[in-house]
Design a protein around this ligand. Structure first.
Ligand SMILES: Cc1ncc(COP(=O)(O)O)c(C=O)c1O
Length: 295
């Protein structure tokens, strides 16, 4: 994302639209370029639970907007944005839509062509089930020859085996964003993980994960949890984030993890992310462990 942020030539008077509920990695690159260029960073504020009204995001986009940088699925709540309408809105003002898919790729079906996103990046180590140290990037064909990467290295040159330090000609494709010698082992690991996910298929993964999330959500609600994640089908993912009023979320998360129920504590809530390697007995184990903690 950083290499892309520096590839967009921003000027004073322009703005970048994002949300304050986004993961810092979705926003920091833009904060840095905003600081350098003097353009405005507009972060739409989430409510107390971190829910962001998508209509407000659309409202903040105007003719001075150069970039909309959004996390397709928000890391705290699992809130999912409609990329088709965001892309339409951004493009109607001549803005680029940059998507961080780190919390969506691998759990939510995602079609970069249909949604018309301009640029998409995703770390590999979450729902893609890949290793640390590798990420993927998509650049829409219409941008591939226009963007000069912000981070360059010897592999940025079209014919890198020329080893010409006196000139730099970028490849005509998104490969221009591959700057340097990469972690090839990690890339191979990611390729295998993607093969596995593709073999199972995005719709099946979604149905499996959401069935587990539904069961989990029902059981947590029955135990007095307040659901922080949106429940409307169009805005939800498989992430279930909850609070227990009067109880410390960090302490509950710590005790669940100590009992081998792997959850995260994120900004006052407990985040649970069932994926293809989980089954109903994992959900029941989580619920029973929670019962013991809350007792
Ligand atoms: C939406 C999102 N983007 C980015 C990251 C972090 O990615 P990286 O470690 O590659 O900066 C996370 C991690 O939780 C995330 O949830």
């Amino acid at each position: 994302m950083s290499s892309f942020a520096w590839a967009v030539s921003l000027r004073k008077g322009q703005n970048i639209v994002g949300t304050d509920a986004a993961h810092p990695s979705t926003i920091y690159p833009w904060q840095r370029v905003a600081e350098q260029s003097g353009c405005e960073l507009r972060l739409v504020r989430g409510d107390g639970n971190g829910y962001v009204d998508p209509a407000e995001v659309a409202d903040r986009i105007d003719d001075q907007t150069a970039v909309v940088s959004i996390s397709h699925v928000e890391y705290r709540t699992g809130q999912t944005y409609d990329l088709v309408s965001l892309a339409r809105r951004a493009h109607s003002h001549g803005a680029i839509l940059a998507v961080d898919a780190t919390q969506s790729a691998g759990q939510v079906p995602l079609d970069v062509r249909e949604s018309q996103v301009d640029v998409l990046v995703s770390s590999a180590y979450k729902w893609l089930c890949g290793p640390f140290g590798v990420a993927v990037m998509y650049v829409a064909p219409r941008w591939q020859e226009q963007l000069k990467p912000g981070i360059v290295g010897w592999r940025s040159h079209a014919n890198m085996w020329e080893f010409r330090a006196d000139r730099l000609e970028y490849p005509k494709t998104a490969r221009r964003f591959e700057a340097s010698t990469m972690a090839y082992g990690c890339a191979l690991g990611l390729a295998k993980a993607v093969d596995l996910l593709a073999h199972i298929g995005a719709p099946r993964i979604l149905a499996h994960n959401q069935a587990l999330a539904d069961l989990l959500g029902r059981e947590l609600l029955a135990r007095g949890a307040v659901l922080v994640s949106p429940q409307h089908q169009a805005e939800r993912s498989s992430i279930i984030s909850v609070r227990f009023p009067g109880k410390q979320a960090d302490e509950i998360a710590r005790r669940l993890n100590a009992a081998d129920v792997v959850v995260s504590h994120r900004v006052g809530a407990i985040r649970i992310s069932p994926h293809l390697y989980n089954n109903e007995s994992d959900v029941w184990k989580a619920v029973e462990t929670l019962d013991a903690i809350l007792a």
